[in-house]
Design a protein around this ligand. Structure first.
Ligand SMILES: Nc1ncnc2c1ncn2[C@@H]1O[C@H](COP(=O)(O)OP(=O)(O)O)[C@@H](O)[C@H]1O
Ligand SMILES: NC(=O)OP(=O)(O)O
Length: 314
């Protein structure tokens, strides 16, 4: 029997929505796309983002502090943990239901609360760059900056968002358990929200005030699990060069070297498409045979069959 292709999927914002009801609806559509891949004979591991959700949790915790002065501030690492559990809960239930609806009864679904070690000297701590929370107008953003001392930035022409530090993921603390679960055939959701950022202090893991990029965390997870494919599912069918310009060109099949050249030429927006292409390059260049794919959530199956998406390989 042919060995199953192991795929790590990184789910973007459109796979999860921005609010509780949106998320509840979105995870149903997302689960269909994931179970399609399982029915194609793939072994799937799911990672996901948390930008809107971690912003929402953080705001809720700030409101709690205002209401009850006994409550100290909730660290951002704890907000990431809360967002992992909240998204994992919805996703694992939707996946479980979709599997059962299709008569698949032998694939248990579980979310692994995952910590990821970061380097406390990572220069990213000095320059906040990861957008979280809702999109705001310039006036709203100025107000937030003044009231909470947040760093606010314009996000790829879509409005203003708070930005926080986003160090690179160095080590997945729970990788052994994740590997055991995946190897035994479970459908695992791991490294949610890029993983809970922690700094090692001897035997102690201290939460870091940051949000790790889920595309980088997913590339690390894919390498650690010796996956065949990293699929980054987002809101566009393909990555483009000259994006949004008259001479825009959608990319279908490119080598790691071509991708690196396009990165250098500045074709991908920081904070949105750039980390995806960088993560795709990181995974595809890590071992011959490994491939990355960037495509639309709804096109995941077509992408794996080779009919759409941006495929990056050595
Ligand atoms: N060169 C590019 N090609 C395609 N999309 C791009 C490019 N540069 C920026 N983008 C934008 O990046 C978005 C995907 O990033 P983002 O919304 O942050 O992803 P997600 O939330 O799915 O992780 C696309 O929807 C598109 O608007
Ligand atoms: N943590 C993270 O990368 O989240 P988003 O994908 O929502 O930006």
């Amino acid at each position: 029997m042919e060995k199953k292709k192991r795929i790590v999927i990184a789910l973007g914002g459109n796979a999860l929505g921005n609010t509780l009801p949106e998320q509840m609806k979105a995870v149903k559509i997302t689960s269909r796309a994931i179970v399609d891949l399982i029915q194609e004979g793939c072994e799937v591991v799911v990672a996901h983002g948390n930008g809107p959700q971690v912003g929402m949790v953080n705001n809720a915790m700030i409101a709690l502090t205002h209401e009850d002065p006994q409550q100290p501030n909730t660290p951002l690492s704890v907000c990431v943990a809360m967002s992992q559990a909240y998204i994992g809960y919805d996703l694992q239930n939707a996946l479980r239901e979709e599997l059962l609806n299709r008569g698949i009864t032998d694939i248990p679904v579980a979310t692994m609360i995952t910590q990821i070690r970061v380097d406390e000297n990572d220069p990213a701590f000095e320059t906040p760059s990861k957008p979280i929370g809702r999109f705001l107008t310039k006036e709203q953003a100025d107000l937030m900056a003044e009231k909470y001392d947040y760093v606010m930035k314009e996000d790829a022409g879509r409005g203003y968002r708070r930005v926080v530090a986003s160090p690179k993921p160095q080590e997945i603390i729970e990788i052994g358990t994740i590997r055991t679960m995946v190897n035994s055939g479970d459908l695992v959701i791991a490294c949610g929200g890029g993983g809970i950022p922690v700094i090692r202090q001897g035997n102690h893991l201290k939460g870091a005030s940051a949000v790790i990029d889920k595309d980088f965390a997913s590339a690390l997870l894919a390498k650690e699990l010796d996956a065949d494919f990293l699929i980054i599912l987002t809101a566009v069918e393909k990555a483009a060069i000259n994006y949004g310009k008259e001479n825009e060109e959608w990319l279908s099949d490119i080598t790691v070297d071509q991708a690196k050249q396009y990165i250098e030429e500045g074709h991908f927006a920081p904070g949105s498409m750039l980390p995806k292409v960088q993560a795709a390059v990181d995974f595809a260049s890590s071992k011959p045979g490994r491939q990355s794919l960037i495509t639309l959530l709804e096109k995941a199956k077509d992408g794996i069959l080779g009919t759409t998406g941006t495929r990056i390989h050595l």
